[in-house]
Design a protein around this ligand. Structure first.
Ligand code: SAH
Length: 239
């Protein structure tokens, strides 16, 4: 937690918050912060700044906050991801939030096991928790939106073409003819397949909707690796 993300319900006055639970534990045991110390804070979907600890007990911490800095620029990227297996899902979601992705679509695909959709990790509360961890890691406040589409064909035929409008659209698919572009730095949409990959039918449907198939070389990357590799390839994120 490089920044404590503050939600509306944490505020007891315009410049004062009370934090409990995970954030309190982290402030006490990892950061070792005492009364009078300052730590980076940010308001969800708002400004960032510093919070000064004015009261600290075993059950809560009270901070006076000054929020006067803009969060980092979001990535102009729509990430369309075949639903990963739950074990990988949390890390991929957190990493996506850390990298600055703000628009995430979780879609079905032939090789997504039906049981993956049953995970409690897809509840609003759990999604918010994982996205929060990703934002706190990055020092960002812009909460990504997550859209869940459990049917591939209606999504690709009815929704995807509009979603791709004015964007460079790519589907990462090993073994395809074109190499993934670099330094794109413009609005883009990126489809990433499941562990078993997209089927040829699915790649065809994504291409019909306007995506170009691209590869990342002969090595097959796990989705959790493919996401940061693609992001740093397409966007100059260090600037
Ligand atoms: N066995 C699958 C690999 C899936 S890897 C296959 O051969 O298709 C999971 C996803 O990560 C892929 O669907 C793709 O979107 C992305 N990916 C991993 N390595 C890649 C590579 N070298 N080139 C393009 N995409 C890759």
């Amino acid at each position: 937690m490089n920044l404590a993300l503050l939600f509306d319900e944490d505020f007891i006055a315009p410049d004062r918050v009370v934090l409990k639970g995970r954030r309190l534990n982290h402030i006490q045991s990892v950061l070792g912060i005492a009364t009078g110390d300052q730590l980076p804070v940010g308001r969800v979907n708002g400004l960032m700044g510093l919070g000064e600890v004015v009261r600290l007990s075993d059950s809560e911490v009270e901070l006076v906050v000054v929020l006067d800095q803009k969060p980092p620029t979001p990535l102009p990227l729509t990430l369309i991801l075949a639903m990963p297996r739950p074990k990988m899902f949390r890390r991929i979601l957190q990493t996506s939030a850390t990298l600055g992705i703000k628009d995430i679509w979780l879609i079905n695909s032939y090789k997504v096991e039906k049981s993956f959709w049953q995970t409690p990790l897809l509840s609003d509360e759990n999604l918010r928790e994982d996205l929060t961890l990703g934002l706190e890691q990055a020092k960002d406040t812009g909460m990504p939106s997550v859209h869940i589409r459990k049917l591939f064909k209606p999504f690709v035929e009815d929704e995807l073409p509009a979603l791709l409008k004015d964007k460079q659209a790519l589907v990462a698919h090993p073994g395809t003819a074109n190499v993934c572009p670099t330094h794109l730095n413009r609005a883009a949409a990126l489809c990433i397949g499941p562990e078993g990959g997209f089927t040829p039918y699915e790649v065809g449907k994504l291409e019909e909707a306007g995506c170009q198939s691209v590869h990342l070389g002969p090595r097959i990357l796990r989705v959790e690796t493919a996401v940061p590799v693609l992001v740093t390839r397409l966007f100059d994120v260090c600037l």
